[in-house]
Structures are given as structure tokens and as C-alpha cells.
Design a protein around this ligand. Sequence first.
Ligand code: ARG
Length: 278
Amino acid sequence: MKKLSKLGLVLVLGLMMLLTACGTSETGSTDSGNSGDSGASDEKKKLRIVTDAAYAPFESLEGDKVVGFDVDFIGAVLEEAGYEVVAPEHVGWDPLFIEIESEEADLAISAITINSDRQQTYDFSVPYFLSTNKILIPKDSDIKSGADLKGKKVAVQNGTTGQATAEAILGTNSTDIKKFENNNLAIQELLAGGADAVIADNTVIEEYAKNNPDQNLVVIADDSFEQEFYGVMFPKGSELKAEFDEAINKVFDSGKYEEIYEEWFGVAPDVENLKAQQ
Ligand code: ARG
């Protein structure tokens, strides 16, 4: 009896191993069908992705190549969702909104903050990055907070939350707010003495100040500036949203997000906090 049950156990275990092996080889063969064989990968759907590549370290131009955290992140998401991995195309900030609204592009990734204004016209993925606006000033500036910007000239990228933050302090139609097509031009204005400060996403201006020590710039925070979350932006009603949300969550859970984040920022991301926003 005892012997028999032992034999039974061996049989059951054997059967289980056999089934597992079948399962594995099945998955294995599907995988190689999708990615191993070049004929099949040619069939992967290709999307048109647009960005404003003047916002390092999220997206910037290296020659004519767009590189940055956003590029690597969307690459991982495209791969996960089964699309051809393509780099975003640099079209500029204002044009990218037009291209998404008119559906000339499938999606935009450009450190774009999800807010209710934009949500009326566009759809956004689940949040993938936490940010806040901060203030870039010369080291010898007397500006210590957002309130100190009153009466000063503030340079911003046109149509950004940095502009909205400046307007909340200086007034919507303030002529002291100088708006530029991209954030690098806003920083140039500060360096040329045409502005006293730049308001933009913390990571961008902190990186800039750190990478250009000879320019003697510092970044200060204002606790009243809100937390913002970036999302991938789609045309309203796009079917891609659901697919990408699922893929983004897989990239969060697989550890790939953390890997990319650490590569670009040198610290670990708070993935749980991002997921808690969904
Ligand atoms: N996060 C800000 C916003 O959404 C600024 C983004 C600017 N991005 C860029 N690639 N220039 O308004």
C-alpha cells in the first residue's frame, strides 16, 4: 500500500514535470515566433511617436537621435506591448499637441504633465513619473521663494505648467513672464540677463545646473508648487490607452522601470507611489 502510494507520487510528479515542460516549450516557441525570427518582427506594428527633444534628461537630441529617460521608458513599453521599438520623433512642443489632436501621431511622450485642462482634449496613460516645478536662478540672486518672483522677469517654456506656475504668481497677462518655444531658450534668456529666473520641472533644471557648474546657477523649491505626474499622451478615445496602461504596469512590475530610472537618475524610483495614483 505504502509502496503503491509512493509510486503514485512519482507518477504524479512525473506527469507534472511533463506538463511544465510542455508549457515552457509552448511559451518558448511563441516567443521565438514573435521576436526571434526576423520575418515575424517585421510584422510588428509601428507607431508614430512625437516629442519635444529639448528637455534633458527626458528627451534631447544627440545629433539627430532623440535620447533620454522617456525614450528608454517608451521603448520598454513598446516592446512589452508588442510594437516595434522606435524612438520618438522631435517635432517641438506646440506641434506635438497639434499632431496628437489631429491624430497625425499615435502618441506623444515629452515629460507631459497630466492635468484636467489637457484631459479635455487628450487621453493620458497611467502616471509614469513624479515631478514638481522649481525655480532656476543665478547663485547670487536674492530670490528665495515663488513669492519673491513678483516684480521680477521669469522665463518659461510656452504652454507648460511652468508658465501656469509663473502666471499664478505674476498674473495671467503679466508682461514679466517671457515665453519661449523651448526650455533651453528660456535658460539662455536667464544666462543673457533678460530674465531673473526660469520655472520648469525640477529634474530638468537640477540636471542643467549640475552639468554647467561654470554658469553659477542654483535651483530652489517652493513648497506651494504642486506635485505633477507625467503621462503618455494619446488622441482622445485612442484604443492604445488601455494597451499601454497594461504594458506600463508590466514594465513597473518586471523591474524594467526601476532599471531604466536608476540608469538615468542614479536613485531608485517610488513605483508604489506611482501605482497608487492609478
Ligand atoms: N511638465 C511640463 C508640462 O507638461 C513641461 C514639459 C515640457 N516638456 C518638453 N519636452 N519640453 O507642461
